[in-house]
Structure formats: C-alpha cells, structure tokens
Design a protein around this ligand. Structure first.
Ligand SMILES: Cc1cc2nc3c(=O)[nH]c(=O)nc-3n(C[C@H](O)[C@H](O)[C@H](O)COP(=O)(O)OP(=O)(O)OC[C@H]3O[C@@H](n4cnc5c(N)ncnc54)[C@H](O)[C@@H]3O)c2cc1C
Length: 395
C-alpha cells in the first residue's frame, strides 16, 4: 500500500514512545505485549484495524512444524534445524495456551493430519514418522483403513495420514483480539498507515497518515507489506496470496475430525464454525498468478478449491464465504528476524520480524517475543535475516 500526499496531515500530531510497532497482526501484537511487559513505552500503528491482514484471514491452524512433512523439512533445512522448528512451533502453542487461548470460543485442541493422496507423499509420511519418533516427537501413522470416521477418509482417496496429536485450531480474529485486549500501557492506533521512517536528531520518526511517532526504536511487523515501507526488504520477503472458502454441507453429519493438510500442505481443510467446512489452498496450481498484495479472490483458484471440496468431502454444499489474504514468504520458509538498514537512521534501531511463509499463527507469538529479546540486547534468535539459504526453497 502507499499513502498519497492528500491523505498526509499537514501538521500531524506528534507522539512519543520507546518503541513504535508497525502492524497490528499477530506478530505486532505479540511484540507489543512482550515490549510492554519488559517496561517499554509502546505505540502500535496499524493501517486498518487489528487483524486486517493475514492474521484475520487465515485458516486458524495452530500446528507443530510446517505444512509439509518432517522428512521433507529435514531434507530442506537439515535435521537439526527441522527439529528446532518443530519444537519452536510446539512452544508457540504452549505459550498461547499460557496466555489463555483455550478460553476463546473458536479454540479447540484438534489433531492435525497430513494426508497422502499419492505414492510419493505416502512414502515421505512413512519416512517422517520414523524420523519424528527418533527425534522424540509424538506422532502416529494411519493406514488407509485406520482413519477417522469422517468425510475425508470416507472419500476413499487417502492412502495414509500422519497425525500430530497435540495441535489445535482457533478463530484467528479472536486470537488477535485477545492479544490486543491483553495490552495495557501500549497505545494501539488504528487507521494509521506508516509511510516513512526518518532519523531526526536522536529520534526515529515514523510518519503515518495523521500522526508522527518519535521513538528510540521501530519494530516492523508488516510481514508481506514490509517492502512498501522498507524497500530493502523486497529481497527477503515476498508477498503471496492465499485464498479460502467456507462451505456448508447440505447433508447432515458431513464433518472433518482433524485439521487436514493435503498435497504437501498446498491444500488445507477442517471443520469450521456452524457446521461449515473451511477449505483453502490451490495456490501452487497458480504460482505465477498468486503473488503480490492484491487481496481479491479469483475464479480460477476458487474453482480449484471447490473441485478439491467435491473430490475430498462432498459435492452437496453451499458456499457461505470466500476470501483471500496476503502471506509473506521467506526464501527458505523459515521466519526472518533482524535489524534492517534505513537511510539516515543509526544502524540497529529498526527491526523486522516476519516471513512466516503461511504459518504465522503457529510461530509468530514465540518468534516476535524472541525478536524483541534480540532487539533489546538479549539472546540471538535462530532466524537471522542474513542467514544462508538452502538450495531447495519453499514456494
Ligand atoms: C488464506 C491464508 C491461510 C492461512 N492459514 C494459516 C494457518 O492456518 N495457520 C497459520 O499458522 N498461518 C496461516 N496463515 C499465515 C498467517 O495468517 C500469517 O503468517 C500471519 O497472520 C502473519 O502475521 P503478521 O502479523 O506477520 O502479518 P499480518 O497479519 O499480515 O499483519 C500485518 C499488518 O500490517 C498492516 N499494515 C500493512 N501496511 C501497513 C503500513 N504501512 N502501516 C501500518 N500498518 C500496515 C496490515 O493491515 C496488517 O494488519 C494463512 C495465511 C493466509 C493468507
């Protein structure tokens, strides 16, 4: 996005704090909470409302690991790093439970299940279960005749499934609002799009539509939108569109007992509120098209999701909602944390945390907390922006 000359107030109100957090999604809210608990005076600015970006538009999976299976993650990241990521995401859910996420109406402990529809993925799930057990993770492999008594397994298409028993689902908007409501001293200012970061004497000044925030440090939590504020981030975080729909089956009893991923995480489907099935994905069939920050749905992707719906769940349904959101992908699929250079600002005072590659609900709370710790001088996170990327990348 960008802010026109006409929308910039000629004499913007000037506010002061220690840290200005830019972006009111799960990352920015988690960072703000951590900062205020550490005694920092925080102002959070958000262009729309809290959860306006991907954090209010996702599938609400709170899963261990990434969408693709553990064997594949070990191949891409190396085994030690894959294990670290699996533990990191487990810790994310534990930390959210400590914050009280279980009290939210849309929250449920619900196992996730990676299903294999083809032989190659089935083989990888078999390798994964062995690797997971060797590395001390609880998981189970279901054969085609051992699955749940639900619509997906009854479709007869599933060759095997890998179950992560400790996972959960939530209403993502409830989760971000819960984090917002936990903020005490932080001032959350919505409807303020940040358009500039400049150094002014000892201050950094974040220019927004109607206000200017002068601060000691800036924490950028814009994920996919970050390059519009800090162009150098264009080379590390890429905007990718994800589309979803919610459909109400017309027949009684059509439900999904687990939160499913299919086709290496490309498609995802679970039971949602009021008897709906929420279904997302199909972007890997339209990789060239599903780029950038345009939040509109497209008929091609929506049709493809519906064809998966007919194949895997039921052909008798009515669609009750369709939507899209913008994800920030890193080159290797791991989050990115670090200081970024901004002209005229002393190095080390502007930080970025993002690049969650479609898994921010499952990792942003712990990652933002760790990023704040690193920014304020603590222990380094395992996700430096300048790390070497492996050859096999996530798309
Ligand atoms: C369809 C879809 C399904 C997904 N499913 C899952 C899932 O099931 N589980 C999971 O873990 N992850 C999922 N994700 C990914 C997850 O939603 C994201 O990784 C996560 O929400 C990123 O959070 P964030 O706070 O970094 O970014 P965002 O939520 O995108 O927040 C960025 C905020 O910055 C604001 N903003 C933009 N520009 C400016 C500016 N200049 N000034 C001020 N504010 C600005 C935006 O309005 C937005 O609110 C999904 C994503 C999509 C799109």
């Amino acid at each position: 996005m960008s802010v026109s000359l006409w929308r910039r107030a000629s004499e913007p109100e000037r506010l002061e704090c220690d840290v200005c957090v830019v972006g009111g999604g799960i990352c920015g809210l988690s960072a703000a909470l951590e900062l205020e608990r550490g005694g920092q005076r925080v102002i959070l600015v958000e262009a729309g409302e809290v959860g306006a970006g991907a954090s209010g538009r996702n599938a609400g999976y709170l899963i261990r690991g990434a969408a693709d299976n553990y064997a594949q993650a070990c191949r891409v990241f190396g085994r030690a790093r894959a294990g670290m990521l699996w533990r990191w995401t487990e810790a994310n859910l534990t930390a959210l439970r400590d914050e009280g996420v279980e009290a939210l109406p849309g929250f449920a402990m619900r196992p996730s299940c990676l299903i294999a529809l083809g032989g190659e993925e089935e083989e990888q799930l078999r390798q994964s279960i062995q690797l997971l057990h060797e590395d001390g993770f609880e998981a189970a492999l279901l054969e085609s005749d051992q699955g749940a008594d639900d619509a997906l397994w009854q479709s007869g298409k599933v060759r095997a499934g890998l179950v992560n028993p400790g996972d959960a689902v939530c209403s993502p908007i409830e989760l971000v609002r819960m984090l917002r409501d936990k903020l005490d001293s932080t001032r959350v200012i919505t409807g303020q799009e940040a358009h500039s970061i400049v150094g002014e004497a000892r201050w950094i000044v974040v220019g927004c539509s109607d206000i200017r925030v002068q601060c000691e440090r800036v924490f950028i939590a814009l994920n996919a939108y970050a390059p519009s504020l800090v162009p150098s981030l264009r080379s590390v975080v890429r905007a990718r569109r994800g589309q979803m729909l919610a459909a109400r089956p017309l027949d009684e009893g059509v439900r999904l007992d687990m939160a499913y991923y299919a086709n290496h995480g490309s498609e995802y489907l679970r039971s949602g509120p009021d008897g709906t099935i929420v279904f997302g994905g199909a972007r890997t069939s339209f990789v060239e098209q599903e780029v950038g920050c345009d939040p509109d749905i497209t008929p091609e992707v929506q049709d493809r999701i519906e064809s998966f719906m007919r194949e895997l769940v039921t052909d008798r349904y009515e669609v009750v909602a369709r939507w899209a959101g913008t994800m920030g992908f890193s080159a290797d699929g791991l989050p990115l944390v670090g200081a970024v250079d901004v002209d005229g600002v002393e190095p080390g005072r502007v930080w970025f945390c993002g690049g969650f590659t479609g898994h921010g609900m499952s990792m942003a709370f712990t990652t933002a907390r760790a990023a704040v710790g690193e920014m304020l001088g603590g222990k380094a996170t395992p996700f430096p922006i300048g790390r070497e990327m492996p050859e096999a990348c996530v798309e």
